[in-house]
Design a protein around this ligand. Structure first.
Ligand code: HPA
Ligand code: ZN
Length: 315
């Protein structure tokens, strides 16, 4: 990666902590927790990271998360991510975590949260990385389950800056989560949501109008709807775009087809993020490098993308 790219101060606004679980740590945690894995070794697991769509990735992502059991495991996961950030001059992070992935396996909410929170605090003190944590609801589960998760979170209200919506997009439109998002907003939490990754532009409209989100996660399919594009530009609604993720999950066939720089040049507030770096082949720095290599992103464009990420912070 060119040094000028690495040196740019950046914020990461779209990162699933569970998606930063590198195969080496996954194997180490499996051993620590005496969990038998279906993969022979790290190389076999890495070789399984070939996906045709979002769901194929999610199946492996949830299987991988099964090794996370103790507060220390969640600490180690988060701390490893923050060290990667430090190395790439990521100075602020607003990561997601999926409580339901863990509470549904019998891991107490507070075990997950305490481990993550302690690492984020240490990251602030020891690495100088500021943060705001986002609790993400799994959209393939009913809204009632999201309400239960929000209730579990409320004793720790100050640990979060907002709520998000992730997991399988198609067939699970934002409108299904209107009530739980209204409740979260009434508690003073910001709203963000994945929309327009695999789902149609209509889902982006719903996220804006019904969930009242402050940012759209992904949002790349907005380019199919000119009226929506104009709104994103007029209202300067940030999109947290994840280029390597989009290629790995076949949202675009190859990086040369990615629309992030076209959106940037039209005045959309796009940002660069890694989504699930352990699964998609790189952290924020590698995502910037891919845009430079395959789309000819200039230094001036990189600066604007990095500035957008700092401007779009919610914490
Ligand atoms: N999309 C939806 N859900 C997710 C993703 C994603 O890219 N990564 C982790 N959960
Ligand atoms: Zn995501």
């Amino acid at each position: 990666m060119p040094e000028w790219l690495n040196a740019l101060p950046k914020a990461e606004l779209h990162l699933h902590l569970e998606g930063s679980l590198e195969p080496e740590l996954l194997f180490a945690l499996a051993e620590r927790n005496q969990i038998a894995l279906p993969w022979a070794d790290v190389e076999t697991l890495r070789a399984a990271y070939a996906f045709n769509n979002l769901q194929e990735f999610l199946d492996l992502y949830y299987a991988g998360a099964n090794v996370l059991r103790s507060e220390q495991d969640f600490y180690d996961l988060t701390w490893a991510y923050l060290q990667r950030c430090k190395a790439q001059n990521v100075i602020h992070v607003e990561p997601f975590f999926d409580p339901q992935t863990h509470t549904d396996r019998g891991i107490p909410f507070e075990v997950v949260l305490r481990g993550i929170q302690q690492a984020l605090r240490d990251g602030e003190q020891q690495l100088g990385i500021s943060h705001g944590l986002i609790l993400s609801f799994l959209r393939h589960l009913p809204e009632e389950e999201a309400f239960k998760t929000l209730e579990q979170a409320m004793p720790f209200r100050d640990a979060f800056i907002g709520v998000g919506l992730d997991s399988s997009e198609k067939g699970f439109p934002p409108r299904l989560f209107q009530r739980v998002f209204a409740k979260a907003r009434s508690e003073g939490l910001h709203a963000v949501a994945h929309a327009g990754e695999e789902g149609p532009p209509e889902y982006i409209w719903e996220a804006l109008d019904l969930l009242k989100v402050k940012r759209i996660d992904h949002g790349v399919r907005a380019s199919e709807d000119e009226r929506l594009m104009q709104r994103l530009i007029d209202e300067q609604i940030p999109l947290t775009v994840c280029p390597l993720s989009n290629i790995k999950l076949c949202v675009f066939e190859h990086m040369g087809q990615h629309n992030i720089l076209e959106m940037l040049e039209r005045g959309v507030k796009v940002t660069v993020n890694s989504d699930d770096p352990a699964y998609f082949g790189g952290y924020v720095g590698e995502n910037f490098a891919a845009l430079h290599q395959h789309l000819g992103m200039t230094e001036a464009q990189a600066q604007r993308l990095a500035q957008n990420s700092l401007d779009a912070r919610l914490a």
